[in-house]
Design a protein around this ligand. Structure first.
Ligand code: HEM
Length: 239
């Protein structure tokens, strides 16, 4: 009954507003943080290819339980992918609430962003667009990894990236995920005031530093990703 009243009045029986939107915001932030930290680890693991193909293969086998089992178990990787996919799914579903879905909403957001020329609003627009791209690209990548975990080897990656022409796919995913993740982690810090300090001047100064740091991190991972792709492509061409 109380939810019916809230539906009509926009307020609960006791006059207060529901806390659900704030709770959903918290879950969106928490899942975003997990995915952002996961991506740092993921990029570093893929970057083992810069050291040697053998090191890349050893890292892949480690995630297949090579330290515990005599033979690698690719199914373990599929389980990890499934867990990441569930977190990704929740994050995307919660993120959808923030996207402008009608022409009118999109027009308001675009004109507002142009009018006030507020950098953080522009960053939000980039985050919304890259998030939309990832609905498709990250889902496809996760499906490939889930169904073919045994192909996660140096030669398997070369086959996928060069012979199956997935390099273009990874280029798009790389830029989308690193821009989205960098902006997302910056926005988390600003939204929840993790580094704000005690007064407004400190908060402003720290936000400026965080914004610079965000670009440094995004550029670092994009360059790292490009270097990894270059190694796979070079190997594919010379094979
Ligand atoms: C447990 C889940 C995941 C696994 C096992 C995994 C595995 C891999 C592997 C093995 C590669 C190397 C290329 C290949 O073999 O095809 C790769 C590349 C990549 N993955 Fe993932 N991935 C996972 C989740 C994700 C997620 C959630 C994202 C982004 C939303 C992502 C984004 C990328 C990108 C951008 C590249 C290219 C990296 C580069 O250029 O260095 N991955 N992934």
């Amino acid at each position: 009954m109380s939810s019916k009243i809230e539906n009509f009045l926009g307020k609960r029986v006791d006059g207060t507003k529901s806390r659900l939107p704030a709770k959903l915001d918290f879950y969106q932030s928490a899942t975003g943080l997990i995915l952002g930290l996961f991506m740092w680890g993921h990029m570093l693991f893929v970057s083992t290819v810069l050291i040697s193909p053998e090191f890349f293969n050893a890292t892949a086998k480690f995630f297949e339980g090579s330290a515990i089992f005599d033979t690698p178990k690719p199914a373990l990787v599929s389980c990890m992918v499934l867990i990441i996919f569930i977190i990704f799914f929740i994050h995307a579903a919660l993120g959808m609430r923030k996207l402008p879905i009608t022409y009118r909403q999109w027009q308001i957001a675009r004109e507002h962003s142009k009018l006030i020329k507020h950098e953080d609003t522009t960053l939000w627009v980039i985050q919304a667009c890259t998030g939309f791209v990832m609905f498709f690209f990250a889902s496809m990548h996760l499906a490939m990894m889930f169904f073919n975990p045994e192909t996660i080897r140096f030669l398997g990656a070369v086959e996928r990236i060069v012979n199956h022409n997935m390099w273009a796919f990874y280029l798009i995913l790389l830029f989308a995920v690193e821009l989205h993740g960098g902006i997302g982690l910056y926005r988390l810090c600003v939204k929840w005031g993790w580094f704000d300090g005690n007064d407004v001047h400190t908060a402003r100064a720290r936000r400026k530093t965080l914004k610079k740091l965000k670009w440094v991190i995004s550029i670092f991972f994009i360059v790292l990703g490009l270097a990894n792709l270059a190694v796979f492509i070079k190997a594919g061409i010379s094979l």
